[in-house]
Design a protein. Structure first.
Length: 281
């Protein structure tokens, strides 16, 4: 399997994106902006289609559309986009724009379709370097703003009272998130970027309440799920994105069941202690 260049590229790029998504996903869940992640992915598809139409590298169109949208959302405030109707309308508009640009383009539009559905097994060495640059850039920015971002994500009232620039932090995070989405869509596609960006972090939240451990668990789950998806996809010749999604879903429901089991044991133990004290008195 590893004698093929395309599998080496897939594992290297996929691992980089899994680490990036595992880290930023913890903050996506904490800040409650998973809906914006989905929105960015659809906007990115329109950007990739526009780039194909203009004869650009699809990465440039992705970055142009997602970062511009991040700035617009940051100025308007994320609360405006918490309404399901607003999100659905925006997603529909950009999906329509993406299809329009593809229909107007006389060039090969396979690159834009790969952005929509994912093309992890056909990543070139140039794309590996692009993913590497985006992933490292996102991780460095998250590391620089770790303390402020964590404080604002888990205690926004306290962060504002402490005088932190909460609006600036929100806009900066949206910009970082938009760049992370651009890197992720090249692995699982715009339609499934939600999987890597949120599911491992949501699973990790059921395993620990400590931020550092949540990040560690999220990264590990993202990497393991992606590696397993690549291996199964290689041997079955079926879509890798499907296996990645299915494996992450299994992890999530297993963690949810484990948390519920622990809570039942904890509750039963508390009731037993209460009954013992009542009997003794």
């Amino acid at each position: 399997m590893f004698q093929y260049d395309f599998m080496q590229h897939a594992f290297v790029a996929g691992t980089l994106v899994a680490v990036m998504c595992g880290v930023i996903g913890v903050y996506v869940i904490a800040r409650g902006v998973s809906f914006i992640t989905h929105m960015f992915s659809e906007i990115g598809f329109a950007g990739a289609s526009f780039a194909i139409y203009m004869g650009w590298n699809s990465l440039n169109g992705l970055l142009l559309f997602t970062t511009t949208s991040a700035l617009a959302i940051g100025q308007l405030g994320t609360k405006v986009f918490r309404r399901d109707l607003s999100t659905n309308v925006i997603v529909s508009i950009f999906l329509g724009l993406g299809l329009l640009f593809l229909s107007l383009s006389t060039k090969n539009a396979s690159a834009a379709f790969s952005i929509l559905f994912g093309s992890v097994l056909s990543i070139s060495s140039q794309q590996v370097w692009e993913v590497f640059s985006l992933s490292i850039g996102v991780l460095v920015l998250l590391l620089i703003g770790f303390k402020m971002l964590t404080f604002d994500s888990y205690d926004p009232v306290g962060a504002e009272a402490a005088g932190l620039p909460v609006r600036g932090i929100s806009i900066a995070f949206l910009l970082i998130l938009s760049i992370a989405v651009v890197g992720a869509v090249q692995i699982v596609g715009a339609l499934l970027v939600f999987t890597l960006m949120t599911t491992p972090a949501a699973t990790a939240r059921h395993l620990s309440q400590k931020v550092s451990r949540m990040i560690l668990y999220s990264v590990l789950l993202a990497i393991i799920g992606l590696w397993l998806g690549l291996v199964i996809g290689y041997y079955t010749n079926l879509p890798v994105s499907f296996f990645i999604t299915a494996i992450q879903a299994i992890f999530y429901f297993a963690a949810l069941s484990w948390r519920n089991y622990r809570e039942r044991i904890r509750t039963k133990g508390s009731l037993d202690k209460t009954s013992t004290k009542s009997f003794a008195s």
